[in-house]
Structures are given as structure tokens and as C-alpha cells.
Design a protein around this ligand. Sequence first.
Ligand SMILES: [Zn+2]
Length: 161
Amino acid sequence: MIRDVESCPYCKAVIAIDDGTGAIVFNPDRADPEPCSHLTCFLVILEVIGRSANGQTTEWHWEYGKGLRAGRAPMPIEDTDCAVYLMDYPRHPSHLIPKGAHVLVGNTAMGREETRPGSGDLLVVRGKESLTGILDAWAMFSPRPGQVVVEFQRLRKLCPH
Ligand SMILES: [Zn+2]
């Protein structure tokens, strides 16, 4: 099943995930398989829980200028710099936030569940088995993603981890 993960606050383009194959799908309802021009970076983490896939966790990272990387969690540290920055974004002091216009969207599965009960867990069908998926996802969008990505590449080096 193709499931919308996040959408761009500037143009409504969608980042979706095919929870059967684990593929990231841009704009599943449009004839436009590319990310929109505002996407700066995203982090998607899907943990699948069930008999045949207990705790199997996959991460997808996308960064402006670098494109999409996917793999079993935890990803190598050079790949997770952006991921750690996005996860900690709400707790960053103002000097670690890019000055360029940007919007961060996303939440943990637990956060979504608190906001909208029933939205935290996903049903993931793998073969004949129905499993529980726990999806955490964040995406940053900007009218000038090239500028903002340079800023946070610098800022994330100043983060405490
Ligand atoms: Zn957009």
C-alpha cells in the first residue's frame, strides 16, 4: 500500500512510502516521480514488528544535492548526520536553526498517536502476513533548499552529538 508520509507546505507535493516494498514514492497521485523543488532533506524510519520481521527497521534519508539513501538501521554515521539533526530539531537552540526560510514537518509515531489517536501504528502487509509498522518521519522544505542545506550542514557539526 502506498501511504503518504509528508507533504510540502509550499506546493503540496507528497512524499509517500510503499509499505509492501519499502520504496519511497514521490507524488504517487501525479505523473511526477521527482521530489519537489522545495525539499531540503527528509528522514523516514519504519520499524516493522511481527513474527517474520520483528524489529526490522529501515531508514530513508534524502538530502538536497545528495539524493536518496536507504538501508537497514542504524545507517553509517556519515549518513545519519542529517537524520540526527532532524530528530533533534525541536530541541535545538535558536543559534542551531537555519536563518533561511524553511518549514519542518513530521513527527514520531508516538507524537502522531497523541495528536490523532489511531494514527500512530500502520498495518504493513508483507506477503501473507499483516504486521505492525511504526513510522517516524520528518522533512524540511524551503523556497531555497540549496541555501538552507549548506546552513544546516554547518550547523549540525555544532550539535552536541
Ligand atoms: Zn514543494
